[in-house]
Structure formats: C-alpha cells, structure tokens
Design a protein around this ligand. Structure first.
Ligand code: FRU
Length: 501
C-alpha cells in the first residue's frame, strides 16, 4: 500500500463513517430494501462480477464523496445467496500513475481460487485538451484477489499507444473470459471518426495480450461502445454492449444511452457479423450491465439502474446518495432473443402470497417491498370453463394499472404495445421526477411480473422477453408505509407477495 492509498482510504473511511444513517435509512424514505445501493455517495456500473469459493462478488463504480459522482473507486459487496449483500469496503483505489483519475469499469476472471480483476485506469492529463482525441489515457490494468479477499499489487497491461492507431483516447471496460483453453478480452472503443466498436484480444497467460479483431456494426451505430461483454448462451455467441450516440428511432433507443446485445454469427476472432441489436431493458434507468457464469452454469446479469447525462432526476441526492443495481437476472436464449428472469433465489424473499382473480377495477395496498405476478391467460380460461362470465374478452385485450397514483403501466392491444408512463397524480406530485414515457411493441401480453421496492421498479413481461426498469419516488418526505396499486382495466390472475430479506 503506497502513501496515496493510505490517504484515500482514510478519506473514504471518514466519509462512510460520518454518514452511518445512510446505512440504516433513518429519515430517508427511499433507501432500498433488496436492491444494492451505495453505502453513501454515487454508484454506477457493476464490475468484476464473479463467484469465488462459494461467495458472489459484486464490485461497483463508487464515489463515496459525492452523490453526483466524483473520483471513481471499486466498492465491494459480497453475498452467498445473491439476495443479501454485505458491503465490505473499497477494493480498488485510484492510487497508481496509470489509474489516478479513476479506477474505471472492468470484469473478473476466476481461476485457481483467484479472481483476476481487469479494469480501466483513467488518467486525464493536465492541459488544454478535449479528453476525447487527446489528453486522456484509458489504461488496461490487472489486480489479483485471493479467496480471502486480499488484493495484490496492480499490473499495467496495455496503454493507449498499444491500441490501434485509428482509435480516439476512449478505449475501456475490459471483459475477460476463457473459451476453449484460451483467454479473451473485449474492450469498448471510439474511433477517431466517432464510430463505436469493440476490440478483441487474446492471451495465453492472462498478462500479455494480442489484438485479434475489431467488431463493428455494418452501418455505424453510435460513436462509442462502452462496457462490452461476450458470452455463449444456449449455444449462441452474444455480444452485449452499451452504445452512446444512437439516435432515437420511433419508440426504440428512447434513452440518452442504450444497452443491448447482438447475436454474433461467425468467428469472433475473424470473419463474423453482428446481427440485430436488441435493447436489454426498455425502462428509464438501465445501463452498463455485466454478466457472469456462476458455478451452477447460470448466466447472470446485473445492470446499473441509473442513467448518466439524462434530463430526469433522483431526489435521493438530497439524502447523500444516488443510484442502485437491478436484481441479478438469469439469462436464457430462445428463438433469437434473450429472456431475463430474476434469479430463483429471490423467490426466497416471498412472504404470505395472496392470489385473486382480477375481473374489474380493484385497488390494493402492497408492502414497500413487494412482488406482483399477473397471469393474463388464466382468468379467461377460468371464466370460460365456468361459463359464468358472458362477456369474457380474449386474454389481455387491454390492461392499465396505476402505481402510487402516478406510474401507469398499460397494454394497448390494437397498437400491440406496452407503455410505462409517469403522469401527474391527480392529488398532486409526480413520482417520476422528470421521467416521461417509454414503450415497447408486444404482440400479446401474457404475463407481467413486477418487483417493487421503496424507490425502484422492475417489470418483466412475457417471461422476461421485455423488461422495464425505473426509479420512482413516492411520498417525498414521509416514511413509505405502502404502495397503492390500482387495476383500472384488464383481467387476470394476480398473486401478490410481500418481500422480506
Ligand atoms: C459506463 C462508464 C464506463 C466507465 C465507467 C466510469 O457507465 O462510462 O465506460 O468505465 O462508466 O465510471
């Protein structure tokens, strides 16, 4: 540990200790129940996701000193069950000449009881620079963590001068994996001509890396691709990435920055093609997701439930913190698309489930941490079989539900679209804090699973084919005792659970 590490540790420890109430949520209605959030300050991308010696590790981009973001560290949470997470402190400090302006995003490779933590060392030179084409370093570096959590000295692996000449200074976010006995790394990049792309490197020793390929879309797709991720899912090669600079097209790419995936056909180290880009999530707050494979062979994704540079707000800033993660989601690939489901472990949080057939307007109060599952197929069957309900309509002709008077989830069958929209509550207020509406095309609505937390919502449609994630801020200034859920239209079998850690 050098003198800078010691100082940074004292500084961040003092900030975390000065804000103990942030860990208990006293006086703050929006501290989350089962979503991971920063102890204090700012959180963005999930980093270094892995399972090592039975422990799940979730590192994250962390600025303890400022809820609006500042110098980036890797904060560290651990869990044995993917549901309850323990904060263990800061794992990586910006304490080397090659990472002194931020330990940026990266990933973990687990081998022989060690996690190899690959990350980007951000450096901004002092001077009159634009920091895109000049004045910035995006160094690729490595730190090694033992099973007991001890992290060794860092090693610098690649510098900007090692990257291809046609790239800008923006090269970052290494994701490393092993396939067929070789190590591979993808890095996100921006060319000098402002085209997003992904660099593919390989290695036989984890330390020295050779450029093998550059992946691009046939037609330019944004100016920068952040946080690339490559994995095999149910036989398909997938490239996930977070492109910046993609123009909105109708209801698609509605956020300022996107996150999604393409199926990669061919050889990723040689001739290959990136097929259609699909957005992972259609809500307001989702970016820079990362996946990993756990020992049971599941491919698990965690996304940052936040968005940079957007025009909507998070009033948690006044309480000294901002942003959270999505719950871990298991991915499956079927008929050309990725399906996302909250990991099965989350079902352990379910308490006292109640099932009702919703046939007409209905308003219920649910716990601040709740899960709702609505099956739109079943009620039609039930009614038809019993022959009791003469005017039963085809399953889910229309659906509208209003949460906390202000968040509207609706399905329009003639348009074949699902919408998440924040509107002003007739009683005053808008829990969206500037969030407006987002939409997806959906041929039919079969089922809807909602994970509600004090200030976060994840909506999974049709077994996770489409997902909407958003922050929401009901009951400013008061302790949140319940969410109000009003079914205005739509029929289905509804099950509600209180969720408890
Ligand atoms: C994505 C990102 C990454 C970068 C990190 C810095 O949100 O911009 O590209 O490594 O955040 O915090």
């Amino acid at each position: 540990m050098n003198a800078l590490t010691r100082e940074l540790r004292m500084f961040s420890d003092a900030i975390e200790q000065k804000n103990p109430e942030k860990n208990t949520g006293a006086g703050d209605p929006w501290r989350l129940s089962y979503h991971v959030m920063p102890p204090v300050g700012w959180l963005n991308d999930p980093n270094g996701l892995c399972q090592l010696g039975g422990v799940y590790h979730l590192f994250f981009q962390y600025s303890p000193s400022n809820p609006c973001g500042a110098l980036k560290y890797w904060g560290h949470y651990v869990s044995t069950d993917l549901i309850s997470w323990e904060y263990t402190g800061i794992a990586l400090y910006p304490d080397m000449p090659y990472d002194c302006h931020g330990v940026y995003s990266g990933s973990a490779l687990v081998e022989n009881d060690k996690a190899y933590l690959y990350y980007t060392g951000n450096v901004k030179l002092s001077g009159d620079y634009d920091y895109i084409y000049n004045g910035r370093e995006g160094n690729t570096a490595l730190a090694v963590m033992d099973k007991d959590g001890t992290i060794s000295e860092k090693t610098l692996l690649l510098k900007n001068t090692d990257y291809p000449k046609h790239l800008s200074c923006h090269v970052r976010d290494p994701k490393v994996w092993k396939e067929n006995g070789r190590y591979y790394m993808v890095l996100g990049a921006r060319t000098l001509e402002d085209k997003g792309c992904v660099l593919v490197y390989d290695s036989d020793d984890k330390y020295s890396w050779t450029l093998e390929n550059i992946l691009e879309k046939e037609k330019p797709f944004g100016y920068m691709w952040e946080c690339p991720d490559m994995f095999v899912l149910d036989g398909a090669h997938i490239l996930g990435f977070s492109p910046q600079g993609v123009d909105q097209e109708g209801i698609n790419y509605a956020n300022i920055y996107q996150s999604g995936y393409c199926v990669l056909e061919g050889d990723f180290t040689g001739a290959c093609e990136l097929k259609t880009f699909f957005e992972y999530d259609r809500g307001f707050d989702f970016y820079a997701p990362q996946t990993f494979e756990d020992v049971s062979g599941r491919r698990i994704l965690i996304g940052w439930m936040g968005m940079a540079d957007c025009d909507y707000a998070n009033p948690t800033v006044a309480h000294g913190w901002q942003h959270c993660m999505t719950v871990p989601r298991e991915l499956r690939f079927k008929d050309g698309r990725i399906y996302q489901t909250p990991v099965q472990e989350l079902e352990k949080l379910r308490q006292s489930g109640q099932t009702v057939n919703v046939k007409k307007a209905l308003t219920i109060k649910v716990n601040p941490a709740s899960e709702l599952y609505m099956d739109f197929g079943k009620v039609t069957e039930i009614c038809k079989e019993a022959g009791t309900d003469a005017d039963v309509k085809p399953s889910c002709e229309a659906m509208k539900m209003v949460i906390d008077g202000s968040l509207i989830l609706s399905y329009n069958s003639s348009e074949q679209s699902f919408t998440m929209a924040f509107e002003d509550d007739p009683n005053g207020g808008n829990i969206g804090y500037g969030r407006t509406s987002r939409k997806v095309s959906l041929e039919r609505l079969k089922n809807m699973r909602i994970l509600l937390d004090t200030s976060a919502i994840e909506v999974y449609l049709n077994d996770g084919l489409e997902v909407f994630s958003s922050r929401m801020y009901p009951q400013a200034g008061q302790t949140l005792s319940a969410h109000t859920v009003a079914f205005v239209d739509g029929r289905g079998e509804l099950t509600v659970w209180k969720l408890e850690l």
